[in-house]
Write a protein that binds this ligand. Structure first.
Ligand code: 13P
Ligand code: SF4
Length: 335
């Protein structure tokens, strides 16, 4: 191994990724395809990844689809183009596989809003409650939960629980409030939120609607209640994409992370998709965690097989139980 690579590997812990210069003349798309075949690797990408990464992925999906793929793949290496809790979920489901994340620092503000030690104390206050946790949480929170859910199966998961069973829902208070309205269940909520979805401005969305009166508003359930109330459709990223394919309208205001627009536009080239604006002049509708992954980092992590997700076996087994429960309920519901 040359000196530059040894140095970059030593620094991996600090930077979160292999900081090695990539030749600007290299055809990264071709190199990544070559590495996939050589190493029997599969690239799973979330819709919030940059377009180049989506274009090189073997599977693009929402959190539920990605975990289903991670559980069933026969690849030797899973390259997870997403954030840490997603790659961690892949490792929990496929421990015998090497799981790589292009940038280990690709975290999630929502997952960070629920530290396991605080959550353990919170849960102790409600000893008869069942804990349903949104997949956007750490393995430590999953291990303290009874069932995991994603934005595409949350309603079905809640409905699978007997009506007289009290529930704690964590960590997203916006998704939790939305589910209370949808299911009529009175759940205790953990007070967490996603930094991207809570920053959309209702006022700016309504102004956009005045300029584009025929546009339909499509929103992710991590948004605040006032935004969800004006939406024509509320759903997961896959749900939003599918709605835009089957719906008749020609214009949409999209209230979720901007990465989804790439597939929406590709699948519906004749339609117009307008990203909903955040409440200030920043680019806060781009998830800063998701966007830490780049095509260069993806190539480097495949070439050098680092950074890798590892996990202590006791934690993995405890976190797997509620995920398995989710996958069983989803399969029974045909999701
Ligand atoms: P879904 O993938 O379930 O649509 O959730 C979006 C999200 O915020 C992922 O971090
Ligand atoms: Fe987490 Fe929000 Fe980014 Fe999704 S969009 S990874 S919930 S911070």
């Amino acid at each position: 191994m040359n000196k530059e690579v040894t140095e970059a590997k030593k620094n991996l812990q600090k930077s979160g990724f292999l900081n090695i210069a990539v030749d600007v003349n290299m055809d990264l798309f071709a190199e990544i395809e070559k590495l996939k075949k050589e190493k029997n690797a599969i690239i799973l990408a979330h819709y919030y990844q940059e377009p180049d990464i989506q274009d090189v992925a073997d599977y693009i999906g929402d959190s539920l689809g990605l975990s289903q793929q991670a559980a069933k793949t026969d690849a030797d290496i899973i390259v997870f183009a997403g954030v840490h809790f997603m790659a961690e979920t892949a490792k929990i489901l496929s421990p015998q596989k090497k799981v790589l994340l292009p940038d280990l620092k690709a975290g999630c503000s929502l997952a960070d809003s629920a530290p396991p030690e605080l959550f353990r104390k919170f849960r102790e206050k409600y000893p008869d409650h069942l804990v349903i946790s949104y997949i956007n949480c750490s393995a430590g929170i999953k291990a303290l939960s009874d069932i995991i859910c994603t934005s595409s199966n949350a309603e079905k998961i809640i409905e699978s629980v007997p009506k007289d069973q009290p529930i704690i829902f964590a960590p997203d208070r916006n998704l939790g409030s939305y589910l209370i309205k949808k299911t009529g269940r009175d759940m205790v909520l953990w007070n967490g939120a996603c930094m991207v979805h809570e920053i959309f401005s209702l006022e700016k969305i309504l102004k956009l609607k005045v300029r584009h009166p025929k546009a339909k508003i499509l929103a992710h359930p991590e948004c605040e209640a006032a935004v969800l109330e004006v939406a024509d459709f509320v759903g997961s990223t896959t749900g939003i994409l599918k709605f835009s394919q089957r719906d008749e309208a020609q214009e949409y205001i999209v209230v979720t992370e901007t990465g989804i627009l790439h597939q929406m536009q590709k699948e519906n080239p004749q339609k117009t998709f307008i990203p909903a604006p955040p409440n200030n002049a920043c680019a806060c509708n781009d998830c800063p965690h998701m966007k830490l992954n780049t095509l260069e980092k993806l190539y480097l992590c495949m070439e050098y097989e680092e950074p890798e997700i590892t996990m202590e076996e006791g934690l993995r087994l405890a976190a797997k139980k509620p995920i398995d429960r989710m996958l069983e309920i989803s399969a029974a519901a045909g999701l």
